[in-house]
Design a protein around this ligand. Structure first.
Ligand code: FPP
Length: 249
C-alpha cells in the first residue's frame, strides 16, 4: 500500500509493513514518573494498545503481534502478575467490542494453558467472537517465549520422524515454520516485517527469534503508554526509508 504524505519533505511512498511486532515496554517507568504504582502503567498501556491497533488497521497493517507477557514475567511481584492477568478480562469487556466493530480478529500465541482460568476464558471469548473477522489480526503473545516455542517445535518434529511421518531430509525452513505457534497466521504473514520496541531498551528479549530473522528493528525512547498513532507513523516512515534486501544486493 502506498500513501504520499505532503508534509514529508522526501515525499517517500509509505511502505506499510504487513506484519508488525511490538515489544510494549516502559509501563512501569511511565507510572513511576507520575508517582503512580506500576500497575497504573499497565492500565495505560492497554489503552495505548487499543489506539495503536485501530491506527494500524487504518494504515493497512495486516498483523500486529504484541508481547504482552513473557515466560520470564512470572518472576515479577505476585500482585503485579495478578493485575496483568486480570487485564484480558477488562480488555474483553471494555475494548473488544470496538475492535470487533473494526473487523479486528483476535488470536494468541504462547503457553496459554498456564494462564489463570479467567484470563484464558476472556481471551478465548475474544477469539471466538472475532474469528470470522477479516481485518487486522491482533495476535497476543501471552506467556510466550521464543526458545520455548522452538523447543516445542523440535520435539514435535522429532516425534514425527520417530513415527515415520517425516524424513529428516525433508525438513525445510518453511516446514519448521509450520511447527511454530505462528502457524495459525497466513503463511505469507508469519514473519514480522518490522519489530518496534519502546522505552529505549535495545534487545529482542526472546520475542519471535525464528520469525524475526529478516525483520527491520525500530527502537524508540517513547514509553509504551505514550506510544500513539503519530509514533506508529514515524516508525513506519523509518521502515519505508530502509531498503530491505533479504541478503541480496
Ligand atoms: C512491559 O513494561 C509491559 C508488560 C510486561 C505488560 C504489557 C501489557 C500491556 C501493555 C497490556 C496488554 C493488554 C492485554 C489485554 C493483555 P514494564 O512493566 O517492563 O515496564 P518497565 O520496563 O518500565 O518496568
Amino acid at each position: 500500500m502506498f500513501k504520499f504524505r505532503k508534509k514529508d519533505k522526501l515525499q517517500l511512498p509509505l511502505d506499510v509493513p504487513k506484519h508488525i511486532g511490538i515489544i510494549m515496554d516502559g509501563n512501569g517507568r511511565w507510572a513511576k514518573k507520575r508517582m503512580q504504582p506500576r500497575v497504573f502503567g499497565h492500565k495505560a498501556g492497554m489503552e495505548a494498545l487499543q489506539g495503536v491497533t485501530i491506527a494500524a488497521k487504518n494504515l493497512g497493517v495486516q498483523v500486529l503481534t504484541v508481547y504482552a507477557f513473557s515466560t520470564e514475567n512470572w518472576s515479577r511481584p505476585e500482585k503485579e502478575v495478578k493485575f496483568i492477568m486480570n487485564l484480558p478480562v477488562e480488555f474483553y469487556e471494555r475494548y473488544v467490542p470496538e475492535l470487533h466493530r473494526n473487523n479486528v480478529k483476535i488470536q494468541m500465541i504462547g503457553d496459554v494453558s498456564r494462564l489463570p482460568e479467567a484470563t484464558y476464558e476472556s481471551l478465548r471469548k475474544a477469539e471466538t467472537l472475532t474469528k470470522l473477522n477479516t481485518g487486522l489480526i491482533l495476535n497476543f503473545a501471552l506467556n510466550y517465549g521464543g526458545r520455548a516455542e522452538i523447543t516445542q517445535a523440535v520435539r514435535a518434529i522429532s516425534q514425527d520422524v520417530l513415527d515415520a511421518r517425516l524424513n529428516p531430509g525433508d525438513i525445510s525452513e518453511e516446514m519448521i515454520g509450520d511447527y511454530l505457534e505462528t502457524n495459525r497466521l497466513p503463511r505469507l504473514l508469519r514473519d514480522p516485517d518490522l519489530i518496534i520496541r519502546t522505552s529505549g531498551e535495545l534487545r529482542l528479549s526472546n520475542f519471535l527469534p525464528w520469525q524475526s530473522a529478516y525483520s527491520e528493528l525500530y527502537f524508540t525512547n517513547i514509553m509504551w503508554p505514550d506510544f500513539d498513532e503519530a509514533a506508529l507513523k514515524e516508525a513506519i516512515l523509518e521502515y519505508s526509508r530502509r531498503q530491505r534486501r533479504f541478503g541480496g544486493v
